[in-house]
Design a protein around this ligand. Structure first.
Ligand code: LIP
Length: 266
């Protein structure tokens, strides 16, 4: 538990809603899968993404009618309470489409612009990652921590690729230069779960260009509370330009490897 009762209260609501939404999306996968495209022909949204976001929005507003909501599939509710929810109903939609069990519901609660509670729920593996600001990170209620790796050559590095073809070309060329210098690369397909993988020490580090607030809001808090350092280039906050996440003792080495490779281009 964190020292702030409000953070715990927001987390409890986030977890309840994430569980209901994730179970709904998992159980509805086989019956309702109308697929449409968004920013490119490979950036998909299913009818379940939108239905799940609607479920989340309704449940949050029922419990806290004065809060604001920002959602991947278009939710944009203005509030007056100082709390804003940042929601990705299905992070890893391509995995969801292909029945790869690596997708999650991600819900973060911001208080006056700062994320104070977050949950990432994988309904297929039944894993619930949670954190509150200052309260530590957990998976299914048990405390988790980032790896203690400090050496790039031993680093298992996760990353992700954008939906735009030109950007992917640049990302592919960059990764070709990084791969010989690390233990290996993983591309799981859900940024929220990548950040939770850092938090649980399942990978040592992660970087990606092009993340949206809903991809990273909850996972960033979870990874930070597990002992990670999450930033962009040269001390900038993590953003859609670039997100680098690594244990504190590994961050600088990874940052300095990536920086000259122009990771925020393309
Ligand atoms: C996706 C991510 C994925 C990333 C994609 C995209 P979606 O989110 O989580 O790992 O590489 O660029 O942002 O579209 O499945 O919610």
């Amino acid at each position: 538990m964190s020292s702030e009762p409000l953070y715990d209260e927001l987390l409890a609501l986030a977890v309840d809603v994430a569980h209901a939404a994730g179970d709904f999306a998992r159980d509805g996968r086989e019956t309702a899968l109308d697929v449409q495209t968004k920013t490119s022909s490979v950036d998909v949204v299913t009818v379940m993404d939108t239905a799940t976001e609607t479920l989340i929005t309704r449940a949050i507003l029922e419990a806290r009618p004065d809060d604001a909501i920002l959602g991947e599939e278009g939710a944009a509710v203005v509030g007056t309470s100082g709390v804003r929810w940042v929601v990705d109903p299905i992070d890893g939609t391509v995995n969801y489409l292909y029945r790869i069990p690596v997708w999650a519901v991600s819900i973060a609660a911001e208080l006056d612009g700062r994320v104070v509670a977050g949950v990432v729920y994988n309904p297929v593996l039944r894993e619930t990652f949670t954190a509150t600001l200052g309260g530590g990170a957990r998976c299914n209620g048990k405390p988790i921590a980032c790896s203690t790796e400090t050496t790039l050559a031993q680093t298992l590095l996760a990353t992700g690729f954008g939906y735009d073809s030109a950007r992917r070309g640049h990302q592919g060329a960059l990764i070709a230069q990084v791969l010989p210098l690390v233990r290996d690369i993983r591309r799981f397909g859900s940024a929220a779960l990548d950040l939770c993988a850092i938090a649980a020490g399942r990978v040592d580090a992660y970087f990606e260009r092009g993340l949206n607030p809903w991809d990273m809001a909850a996972g960033e808090l979870i990874a930070r509370e597990a002992g990670g350092r999450i930033e962009g280039l040269n001390g900038a906050p993590a953003s859609s330009e670039l997100t680098i996440a690594a244990p504190i003792g590994l961050f600088d080495a990874l940052h300095d490897l990536l920086a000259p490779l122009n990771p925020a281009a393309g």
